[in-house]
Design a binder for this molecule. Structure first.
Ligand SMILES: O=C(O)C1=C[C@@H](OP(=O)(O)O)[C@@H](O)[C@H](O)C1
Ligand SMILES: C=C(OP(=O)(O)O)C(=O)O
Length: 425
C-alpha cells in the first residue's frame, strides 16, 4: 500500500489559502441547479465529494462549465425540480451529495437509483427516508433497510407537516430544508428529539437565503417553509474556504513552534467549524481573527474537557493535538463519529494507541492522555481523509509518523500533503 512518512518536524510557519468548503460547495451546486438563472460559482472545492455531485448533475442533464481547474463552475439553473426518466447515480461516500439529492430528486418526476462506495451503504439514511415516505414519496431500499442503495419513483413532495429525527445526522434535516420550497404546498418540518451538528443547519439556511428563500426557524425545533417557490440565482457566489480543512494548519502552529495564517475562513464565516479555533484557544494556543483569516501561534497547551457535538469534523484534530498538551483531553458527545467515513471513535482510539498513547474509547466520547515519547507507527486511515490529515500532526513529536493511503484526502482536500510539506519544517 502507498504511504507517506513525515517528520520528525519542529516548526510550522506560513500563510495558506484554504480550498473551498465541501459543505458550501455541494449545497450551492444543488440550489444553483434548482434555481432560476445562471450561477457563477467561484472557489468551488475540487475534490471527490464535489465531483460526485457534479457527475450526478451531469447524468441528469444539468448544464455547467468548469473553469480555473475546476474551481469555477458556471451552471444553468432549471428554475424548478430535476425531471429525467431514469438515472443511476453513484455518489461515492459523499454524505453531502447522497442525503440532499435523495430529497431533491423526489421533487420532480422520474425514477432514480442512488448508491455509492461500500461504506456509503453502511451509513444510515432511514430517518430521511421515513420522512420522505410520510410525505407520500415512493422511496425503497434496494438491500438493507435504512441504508443505501435507494430507488425513488418521484412524483413531487406534498406540503403539510413532517417529523424528522436529528440525533444521527443533521444532513437529513438539511436535505428536507433545501427541498421544501419546491414542495407542492407549505411545509412544517418538526425536529423529533435531539439535533446533532446544529451549525450545519445554519450553513443550509444561509445558502437558502442567498438563493432567495427565507425559512421560519422556530428555535431549531420546527421550521416552516412556503411551498411552490422558485430559488433565484444570486448571479455570482463565492465559496468560503473550508473551516474543517483549516483546522490541521491551525493545530500545526499551536503544537509546533511557529505561526500560521489561514486565509479564506475567519470571523465572518458561516461554518460552525471556525469554532475549532476557540477549542484550540481553550487549550492555550494564541489565536487571532480577521473577517476572512485566522492566525494561530504556539502556546503552552493544556488538556480540555469539552462537548464537541457542534464541531464533529474538526474535533478529530483536537484528538491528535491532545497528545501535545499537559493533562488529559476529553471530547464529548460525538456518538455520530461512529457513522461517518468509518467508525471514527474506534479508528481514532486504535491508531492513537499504536503511537503508545493512553486512550479511552467511550460510547460517545474519547479521552486522550498526552504522550511525551511517541513510538513510530504506520497509521491506517480506513479510507477516512480526516484520519490521514489529523495524524500528520504527530510528525511534530519526537518521532516520524507514517500515514498509509494518504491519497484518501482526495475526498475533501486532494492537495493536503503538498501544502503541509510547504509549511512544516
Ligand atoms: O451538512 C454538512 O455539510 C455536514 C454535516 C456533518 O455531518 P452530520 O450532520 O452527519 O454530523 C459533517 O460531519 C459533514 O462533514 C458535513
Ligand atoms: C463526515 C464527513 O463527510 P460526509 O459529508 O460524507 O458526511 C466528513 O467530511 O468528515
Amino acid at each position: 500500500m502507498n504511504s507517506i512518512t513525515l517528520g520528525p518536524l519542529n516548526s510550522a510557519n506560513g500563510e495558506i489559502q484554504i480550498p473551498g468548503s465541501k459543505s458550501l460547495s455541494n449545497r450551492i451546486l444543488l440550489l444553483a441547479t434548482l434555481a432560476q438563472g445562471t450561477t457563477k460559482i467561484t472557489n468551488l472545492l475540487d475534490s471527490d465529494d464535489i465531483r460526485h455531485m457534479l457527475n450526478a448533475l451531469k447524468t441528469m442533464g444539468v448544464r455547467y462549465q468548469l473553469e480555473d481547474e475546476g474551481r469555477t463552475c458556471i451552471l444553468e439553473g432549471l428554475a424548478g425540480p430535476i425531471n429525467v426518466d431514469h438515472a443511476d447515480l453513484f455518489l461515492g461516500n459523499a454524505g453531502t451529495a447522497m442525503r440532499p439529492l435523495t430529497a431533491a430528486l423526489c421533487l420532480g418526476k422520474g425514477e432514480y437509483r442512488l448508491h455509492g462506495e461500500p461504506r456509503m451503504h453502511e451509513r444510515p439514511i432511514g430517518d430521511l427516508v421515513d420522512a420522505l415516505q410520510s410525505l407520500g414519496v415512493d422511496v425503497q431500499y434496494e438491500g438493507t433497510k435504512d441504508y443505501p442503495p435507494l430507488t425513488i419513483k418521484a412524483n413531487g413532495i406534498t406540503g403539510g407537516e413532517v417529523s424528522i429525527k436529528g440525533n444521527i445526522s443533521s444532513q437529513f434535516l438539511t436535505a428536507l430544508l433545501m427541498s421544501a420550497p419546491l414542495a407542492k404546498g407549505d411545509l412544517t418540518i418538526k425536529v423529533d428529539g435531539e439535533l446533532v451538528s446544529k451549525p450545519y443547519i445554519d450553513i443550509t439556511l444561509h445558502v437558502m437565503k442567498q438563493f432567495g428563500v427565507d425559512v421560519d426557524n422556530q428555535d431549531y425545533k420546527a421550521f416552516v417553509i412556503k411551498g411552490n417557490q422558485t430559488y433565484q440565482s444570486p448571479g455570482e457566489i463565492m465559496v468560503e474556504g473550508d473551516a474543517s480543512s483549516a483546522s490541521y494548519f491551525l493545530a500545526a502552529a499551536a503544537i509546533a513552534g511557529g505561526k500560521i495564517k489561514v486565509h479564506g475562513v475567519g470571523s465572518d464565516s458561516v461554518q460552525g467549524d471556525v469554532k475549532f479555533a476557540e477549542a484550540l484557544k481553550a487549550m492555550g494556543a494564541n489565536i487571532t481573527y480577521g473577517p476572512t483569516w485566522i492566525e494561530a501561534e504556539r502556546g503552552e497547551l493544556n488538556g480540555i474537557d469539552m462537548d464537541m457535538n457542534h464541531i464533529p469534523d474538526a474535533a478529530m484534530t483536537i484528538a491528535t493535538t491532545a497528545l501535545f498538551a499537559e493533562g488529559p483531553t476529553t471530547i464529548r458527545n460525538i456518538y455520530n463519529w461512529r457513522v461517518k467515513e468509518t467508525d471514527r471513535l474506534y479508528a481514532m482510539a486504535t491508531e492513537l494507541k499504536k503511537l503508545g498513547a493512553d486512550v479511552i474509547e467511550g460510547e460517545d466520547y474519547i479521552t486522550v492522555q498526552p504522550l511525551k515519547d511517541v513510538q513510530h507507527a504506520a497509521i491506517d486511515t480506513y479510507n477516512d481523509h480526516r484520519i490521514a490529515m489529523c495524524f500528520s500532526l504527530v510528525a511534530f513529536s519526537n518521532s516520524a509518523v507514517t500515514i498509509n493511503d494518504p491519497g484518501c484526502t482526495s475526498k475533501t482536500f486532494p492537495t493536503y500533503f503538498e501544502l503541509f510539506e510547504n509549511i512544516a519544517k
